[in-house]
Ligand binder design. Structure first.
Ligand code: ASP
Length: 367
């Protein structure tokens, strides 16, 4: 259990007003519209910031740069886009993606659903920092109510760098969003000539250009000469769960805890005390934790019945369900995606059994 002095400290922290950065993150609105060519499809770009919209002080700087380019500048840098589609652009935010928050995620989902409902819009592109790109992509995978292409794109080098990857990544993303071949595949992530599903694709390397892929489930497709090719006919991942968030204005708080040797078991209570309505832990192996941590989780669950999802800290594999276990097996969902699924399920009022079923859809059900 959490000791008394730790509890009093936590209570003081919880009572303190949450840290606010005035005016941060920036949510600017810069609508753009390129000249209309009636023979071309219409694609809408939602810009959020990230390295793709960043500038360094020299063309050899590839770390320590700052975000600031607007959606107009991103499009202007790739005039070839105008041979592919007409572009309308919105500047939703202009932040490093570590600062993308529920306000931005909900704004994106609401605006994208509204945009894709228009008959004359072929698809949408979201330009985004790569650090949390997979979270936004999975959030949209779970909340966009359309079969039209939704393509998330970023870059690993700032726009000012030698061999910047952003411009070609953006051209490929717009091409995919404009392409009928992209219909019916769920939200996609494309960088570095690869096309991946938002369901399985994750950022595997903190630094390298070639970092987004899913090793076990593989890629959906690739680009040759900026033309998208696919390995499969259009299909959606087994186990995809979607939520109607049209009336949702804020999301349940779900925290992730990272399991390791000698993990402090009091962290579970601490998270609940600080407002977590659900927990995900990045378990060792297939959702494992130390005996002390397991006992602390079980005590917390018995006292509060907040859902606790057991995920895996390894990049691949799945956590199978154990019916006698109080934790909920994450299946194939890694911790950051499990958090989003749990957050959405709690927000729309899923019961514990419905939450278990939502996760269980992602992995083979025992015969
Ligand atoms: N380095 C990150 C990027 O590649 C920064 C971010 O995620 O905003 O976009």
């Amino acid at each position: 259990m959490v000791s008394f002095n730790a509890l009093s400290l936590l209570a003081a922290v919880a009572a303190a007003s949450p840290i606010e950065f005035p005016g941060f993150p920036l949510i600017a609105r810069q609508d753009i519209q390129t000249p209309i060519n009636a023979s071309l499809p219409n694609v809408t770009i939602f810009a959020t910031g990230g390295t793709i919209a960043s500038q360094g002080s020299s063309n050899t700087q590839t770390v320590g740069y700052s975000v600031g380019l607007g959606v107009q500048q991103l499009v202007d840098a790739v005039p070839e886009i105008l041979n592919i589609s007409n572009i309308k652009g919105y500047q939703i935010s202009n932040v490093d993606s570590g600062s993308v928050n529920e306000t931005i995620s909900l704004k994106l989902a609401h605006m994208i659903n509204e945009e894709l409902a228009k008959d004359d819009v072929a698809g949408v592109v979201i330009t985004h920092g790569t650090d949390t790109l997979e979270e936004t992509a999975f959030f949209l995978e779970s909340t966009v109510n359309s079969t039209k292409p939704v393509v998330c794109v970023g870059a690993m080098r700032p726009a000012t760098a030698l061999s910047a990857d952003g411009p070609l990544n953006l051209l490929q993303a717009v091409t995919l969003a404009a392409s009928p071949a992209g219909i019916g595949r769920g939200t996609m992530i494309t960088l570095n000539d690869r096309i991946g599903s938002a369901f399985y694709t994750t950022k595997n390397n903190a630094n390298s250009l070639d970092t987004f892929f899913s090793t076990e489930a593989g890629q959906l497709g690739f680009f040759i000469n900026q033309v998208p090719y696919f390995y499969y006919a259009p299909s959606e991942p087994v186990g995809r769960v979607t939520f109607d968030i049209s009336q949702v204005q804020d999301l349940a708080q779900v925290d992730i805890l990272y399991s390791h040797q000698d993990m402090n078991p009091e962290l579970f209570n601490a998270s609940a005390l600080l407002g977590a309505q659900g927990l995900v832990f990045a378990g060792v192996g297939a959702g494992g934790a130390s005996r002390k941590a397991s006992q602390a989780m079980e005590a917390l669950y018995n006292a509060t019945h907040i859902p606790i999802v057991a995920s895996h800290r390894s990049s691949d594999g799945f956590v199978p369900s154990d019916p006698k276990d109080f934790t909920i097996a994450s299946g194939f969902y890694n911790p950051q995606k499990a958090r989003i699924l749990l957050q959405l399920a709690l927000t729309v009022g899923y019961s514990e059994e419905e939450i278990r079923a939502a996760f269980a859809k992602s992995y083979p059900i025992p015969a």
